[in-house]
Ligand binder design. Structure first.
Ligand code: PLP
Length: 403
């Protein structure tokens, strides 16, 4: 018996688990200190009332023989009609804001238990011989999921000089290209012009763009596309991966959706059909209760209530930005993204600065180096905490770094 030896080449543990372990060990040694986490990207506000009442109602239906639901319908790949329609309405609004018609169809939407699952599951469609192009720094799951399959990976530096938004390099050929906009960890957002360049490049190369739009709801500036499908030609070269996690606080509920256009063909095969085949074999859908909650999040009330939550986080980002400006520290992000990407002062390396903030300010951050080589010298801060904690963390940072 042989195991998949690619697993042996992975880093010892997932970045966030490692950071968490260091912070927990510190807390254990210093039980009297109160740590504030500006590190992991989990939401803290509860679910929107509209979502909760839809889920309660759905749970009641499950208690009744007449309304009980078992397996979700497999003809729509387990997405209930009401959720597919709600997602289409969400896209209608995105396209309307961009002044374009909605080019998507319900049959192109796959409902899942979240973006991370789909980002991994999609790889079943692609041969392990393909080359993958990743920005550096990058959301670690993209890299690890490809390393598990043994794909070779090339990196494109996302650095201050290119606004953390790399564009294609002619000499680098790739089959699968990951783009994340708004970006985790840098908070950078691609413009329409830049995405046009990527779409053009992917079409020329016969590559597939995996466009991670998990943070699209945080875009407030209409200059930035919220969907890759706002770009002409994207339906022939892109897959979009979305999530209710940060949009509607579903990190614990679990729901996402992936769009695979019917037009997208590679090697003579329609990727929509292949993924349908994959899902019906290896997946059995997202619970009815969850899908009702997700549909409510995209309903009128839900949209209004979840927008207030995102506004709450945006206020935190403003508090952090204000403190960093006061301290004269260089940073980017936080406007169309919940993430702030901070340059460590005085040439300090990421890990040293992370430890300094942990030990001297009891503020937990994420060292940029954990996201890739080009992340060295940076820290990622998130705006997902409470106002009180964020304010307190800012005060502690100001006190420490001013001295
Ligand atoms: N993609 C990016 C860029 C993320 O930052 C995250 C979560 O932090 C995910 C995907 C995972 O989202 P989900 O909770 O839907 O699995």
């Amino acid at each position: 018996m042989k195991i998949n030896s690619n697993f042996l080449d992975l880093h010892e543990s997932y970045l966030f688990a490692r950071i968490g372990a260091i912070a927990s060990a510190y807390q254990k040694e210093h039980p009297e200190k109160r740590l504030i986490k500006l590190s992991i990207g989990d939401v803290t506000l509860p679910l929107a009332p509209a979502v909760v009442s839809a889920m309660k109602e759905a749970a009641e239906e499950q208690a009744n023989a007449e309304t009980f639901k078992g397996y979700a319908p497999d003809q729509s790949c387990y997405g209930y009609e009401f959720l597919l329609r709600a997602i289409m309405r969400h896209y209608d609004k995105i396209f309307l804001a961009a002044g374009r018609p909605n080019v998507l169809k319900e049959c192109e939407i796959f409902v899942s238990d979240g973006a991370k699952s789909d980002l991994g599951n999609l790889l079943d469609l692609f041969s392990a011989d393909n080359t993958v192009l990743l920005p550096d720094p990058v959301y670690p799951a993209y890299l690890d999921a490809n390393l598990m399959d043994g794909r070779s990976v090339e990196f494109l530096p996302a650095v201050r000089e290119n606004g953390f938004l790399p564009l294609p390099e002619r000499e680098k050929r790739a089959d699968l290209i990951y783009l994340c906009s708004p970006n985790n960890p840098t908070g950078a957002v691609y413009s329409r012009e830049q995405l046009k360049v990527w779409v053009e490049y992917a079409r020329q190369q016969g590559a597939v763009l995996l466009f991670d739009a998990a943070y699209e709801a945080f875009v407030q500036d209409a200059r930035f596309p919220r969907s890759i499908f706002e770009i002409d030609g994207a339906k022939e070269c892109a897959i979009e991966i979305c999530s209710f996690s940060k949009t509607a606080g579903f990190t614990g509920v679990r729901c996402g959706y992936t769009v695979i256009p019917e037009e997208l063909k590679r090697d003579g095969a329609e990727l929509n059909r292949l993924f349908r085949r994959r899902q019906t074999t290896k997946f059995n859908g997202v619970s009815y209760i969850t899908q009702r909650g997700a549909a409510a999040a995209f309903g009128e009330e839900g949209e209004r209530q979840t927008a207030l939550c995102r506004e709450y986080y945006r206020e935190n980002a403003k508090l952090i930005a204000k403190s960093l400006k006061k301290l004269g520290l260089w940073f980017t992000g936080g406007e169309n993204s919940p993430y702030i990407w901070l340059k460590c002062p005085e040439g300090k390396d990421s890990f040293a600065f992370f430890l300094e903030l942990l030990e001297k300010a009891n503020v937990v951050t994420t060292p940029g180096s954990g996201f890739g080589r080009c992340g060295e010298g940076y820290l990622r801060l998130t705006s997902f905490g409470s106002h009180e904690d964020t304010r307190e963390a800012c005060a502690r940072l100001e006190a420490l770094l001013r001295s």
